[in-house]
Ligand binder design. Structure first.
Ligand code: GLV
Length: 317
C-alpha cells in the first residue's frame, strides 16, 4: 500500500520513526509529507496516513485515504482539526509499552505524594531534617479520572500497591479492574472528589472534558489534596489551579501537560513550590511496540478486517 507519513517531529525522531515503521511493516511504499517551496501541500495519493501532530492542512490533499493512524494516544488535535478528512476512519495509538510507562509515572507520582517525597525535596533546599509520620497505602484514597486503557491499567496497579482506588468515567458505570470502585456521572465525580486525597487525571480531551478541572472542581476536592495531570493541558483552567495552589487548599500539583507546550519560561508553574513540572513525558509512544501496532492495523486493512482502536469521532476518542 501507499502510506503517507506526516509528523511534526525533529529530523532525528522522524527518521527513527520511519526506520521503525518500515522495519515493522515492510513492502509498503512510504511517502513523507513535504510542503512545496511556496508552503502549499502537494496532491498525494495514499491509502493510509500515519501521523504524529501532522501539520494542519497536510491531510486535506491526500486522495484515496482509507485509514488515518495516529502515533499518539491522544487524538484531540486530529478530531478538532477541520482539515483532517472526517469521513476516513481514524485509529488512535494503544501501545502496551506506553501504557506501562504511564503506570510507572502514576505509581511514582502517587507514591511521592503519599510518602511526602516532594515535601522532602523542598526540605533539602533548606537543609531541613524532619521526618513525617509514615502512612500505609490503604489510608490514601486515590481517584483516577478516566477508565480507558491507561486509566484501567493505572487503577489496577495502584490497587495492587494497596491504595484505596476509585475510578471515575464520565458516561457509564461498567465495572473496572478488581479492587477498584467505579463512579460515573456528575454525582459520582462530586462524591469521588470529596473523598480523594490524590486525583489523577487520565481522561481524553473532548468537548465534554475541556476545562473540567476548574475552580468548581478544585473547590469540591478535599482540603490538602493533590492533583496529578497526565491527561491534557486543556483539561485544566490554569488560573483556577494557580489560585487553589496559592491559597494552599490544593497541597501539590504534578503536571505533565499544559495549555501551552513547551511551558513558557515565564509561566508561574515553573517556580511554584507546590508544583512539579514534567515536560510531557509521563508516557511517550514507544517506537518499536507502536510500529508493531501500526503494522497490525495495516495488515488488517489489507485483509479487509476492522482496524484496532478506531476513534468514535462523535465521542472524541
Ligand atoms: C501523548 O500525550 C499521546 O497522546 O500520545
Amino acid at each position: 500500500m501507499r502510506i503517507f507519513f506526516a509528523a511534526q517531529l525533529d529530523a532525528d525522531e522522524a527518521q527513527a520513526w520511519r526506520v521503525a515503521l518500515q522495519t515493522a511493516a515492510p513492502g509498503h511504499d512510504w511517502v513523507v509529507h513535504a510542503p512545496a517551496e511556496d508552503g502549499a501541500d502537494p496532491l498525494v495519493r495514499a491509502e493510509v496516513a500515519v501521523v504524529a501532530n501532522p501539520p494542519p492542512g497536510s491531510l486535506a490533499r491526500v486522495q484515496g485515504l482509507r485509514l488515518i493512524q495516529s502515533l499518539w494516544a491522544g487524538v484531540d488535535r486530529l478530531v478538532a482539526d477541520p482539515t483532517v478528512p472526517a469521513n476516513v476512519p481514524l485509529a488512535r495509538m494503544v501501545d502496551p509499552c506506553m501504557t506501562a510507562a504511564m503506570v510507572q509515572s502514576s505509581l511514582w507520582a502517587v507514591t511521592a505524594l503519599h510518602r511526602g517525597f516532594f515535601a522532602y525535596a523542598r526540605q533539602q533546599q533548606q537543609a531541613q531534617w524532619w521526618q513525617a509520620p509514615q502512612r500505609r497505602a490503604e489510608e490514601v484514597s486515590v481517584l483516577v479520572l478516566g477508565l480507558g486503557t491507561m486509566g484501567a491499567a493505572v487503577s489496577a496497579a495502584l490497587a495492587a500497591q494497596g491504595y484505596a482506588v476509585t475510578a471515575w468515567r464520565r458516561i457509564d458505570a461498567a465495572p473496572g479492574p478488581s479492587g477498584v470502585t467505579v463512579l460515573h456521572g456528575a454525582q459520582g465525580l462530586e462524591a469521588g472528589l470529596a473523598a480523594a486525597e490524590v486525583v489523577l487525571n487520565l481522561l481524553p480531551l473532548t468537548t465534554h472534558t475541556r476545562g473540567l478541572i476548574d475552580a468548581g472542581f478544585l473547590g469540591r476536592m478535599k482540603a490538602g489534596a493533590a492533583l496529578v495531570n497526565f491527561g491534557r493541558g486543556g483539561h485544566v483552567v490554569e488560573a483556577d489551579l494557580l489560585a487553589a495552589l496559592d491559597a494552599g487548599t490544593l497541597a501539590h500539583a504534578v503536571l505533565d501537560v499544559f495549555a501551552t507546550e513547551p511551558l513558557p519560561p515565564s509561566h508561574p508553574f515553573w517556580p511554584h513550590p507546590r508544583v512539579t513540572v514534567l515536560p510531557h513525558v509521563a508516557a511517550l509512544t514507544d517506537l518499536r511496540s507502536a510500529a508493531q501496532v501500526v503494522a497490525e492495523n495495516l495488515a488488517r486493512l489489507q485483509a479487509g478486517q476492522p482496524v484496532l482502536h478506531q476513534v468514535d469521532r462523535a465521542r472524541g476518542y
